[in-house]
Design a protein around this ligand. Structure first.
Ligand SMILES: *Cc1c(COP(=O)(O)O)cnc(C)c1O
Length: 396
């Protein structure tokens, strides 16, 4: 049995601990060390080096030791052939788009995505590089099919989508993409590979902001593209080397360390978030709760069919209140911190929406402003009490 086949037999938790790690041959250390070097010794005949690939270690922008360990682990966790790790989630997204798309190509993308995807595809790639782009509500596979053109090269979806938590059907959209000679990329950041593995569901690429669940501790940024080597070699040669969004060895090491506990943390995120979503749904001052784990949620059935272990740690909710009350409510929270980002150990809340230019793309209940809550690893009772006390303080 080859090493790769052997590894596939192992469970997700075992791979979270062991993939990408082995004793360090130089020192015998049982953890691979941080290699803080920006350059590596050249071979006897440097003319044999291809400066545009990441084969072998030459220069850290082309690939370094810690980056490669993390790539090994993430390819294993996502069930993909290969992985490219970059300096942020947005670097992974823009690297994918930059490498795959040419003038005259067409892209279909989800109406609800991370804001940089909207900027890249709806403002930059179309205006600067003449890439045709269509925004589609990808919760409806028929709408995706209807948007396909002969030159459609890529469909990019985000599920659950940030910040509305809407669910798109990965299996169905992968079929539509492949029937039409297009590729499917899925931003898997909200789910993490513990809950959802897009490549196993038929997608060509899974994109992760490592800044979120995979690192999990709110102390480093990174991004990853997982998929077939034939495409990732192009992304390395074109985007990693020439756009230069290299991850630092230290951040790659931190993320590697954080990812060991990904399955344990996700279990707690999944459990806490479902409890809090159910509690919020029963509060008279709450106007709506968006969480795919709720049976009342529109995307619940599809989420159940493609999210194996749970529904993730992010939910959004609205309050029956005015703007000033929103701010007062947040200022009364003692455990929950007002900050962007998500997937951290600590619970984070952010007020969004009232002046978001993309409001017209969101379901109606989101139009008057809403909160995105990234539920952390604390005791759910303490989080519920924190929310309860803050509601009471503002008369909700
Ligand atoms: C945060 C986030 C990104 C961007 O990742 P960075 O690491 O902040 O660049 C992309 N997609 C989703 C869904 C995110 O939540």
């Amino acid at each position: 049995m080859s090493e790769k086949e052997f590894e596939k037999e192992l469970g997700f938790q075992t791979r979270s601990v062991h993939a990408g790690n082995s004793p360090d041959p130089a020192t015998g250390a049982i953890q691979r060390p941080i290699t803080m070097a920006n350059s590596y010794v050249l071979p006897y005949d440097p003319s044999t080096v291809n400066w545009s690939t990441a084969e072998g270690n030459v220069y850290t922008r082309n690939g370094g030791a810690n980056q490669k360990y993390l790539q090994e682990k993430l390819a294993s966790l996502e069930g993909g052939e290969d992985c490219v790790v970059l300096g942020s989630g947005v670097a992974a997204l823009s690297g994918l788009f930059f490498s795959l798309l040419e003038s005259g190509d067409h892209v279909v993308f989800s109406s609800v995505t991370y804001i940089a995807v909207y900027r890249l595809l709806n403002e930059l790639f179309n205006n600067k590089f003449k890439v045709e782009t269509t925004i589609v509500n990808t919760t409806d596979p028929d709408a995706v099919r209807a948007a396909i053109r002969p030159n459609t090269k890529l469909i990019h979806i985000e599920t659950p989508g940030n910040p509305t938590l809407e669910i798109s059907d990965i299996r169905k959209i992968a079929e539509i993409a492949h029937e039409n000679g297009a590729l499917l990329s899925v931003d898997n950041t909200f789910a993490s590979p513990f809950n959802q593995r897009p490549i196993e569901l038929g997608a060509d690429f899974s994109i992760e902001s490592l800044t979120k669940y995979i690192n999990g501790h709110g102390d480093a940024m990174g991004g990853a593209i997982i998929g077939k080597k034939e495409y990732l070699d192009i992304i390395r040669a074109q985007a990693q080397v020439n756009l230069g969004a290299t991850i630092s060895p230290f951040n790659a090491w931190l993320i590697m360390r954080g990812s060991v506990t990904l399955p344990l943390r996700m279990k707690q995120h999944n459990e806490n978030t479902l409890k809090i979503a159910q509690w919020l749904e029963a509060q008279p001052g709450v106007s709506f709760v968006a969480y795919p784990g709720l049976e009342s949620n529109k995307g619940h059935e599809i989420a159940k069919s493609q999210m194996k272990n749970g529904f993730g740690g992010v939910l959004s909710f609205g309050l029956k209140a005015d703007h000033d009350t929103y701010n007062k409510f947040v200022s009364n929270l003692k455990i929950i911190t007002s900050a962007v980002s998500l997937g951290h150990d600590g619970t984070l809340i952010v007020f969004l929406g009232e002046d978001d230019e993309r409001q017209y793309l969101y379901p109606e209940e989101f139009h008057n402003g809403f909160f995105r809550l990234s539920v952390g690893l604390e005791d759910s009772e303490d989080l519920i009490n924190d929310l309860k006390n803050a509601f009471n303080a503002v008369g909700l």
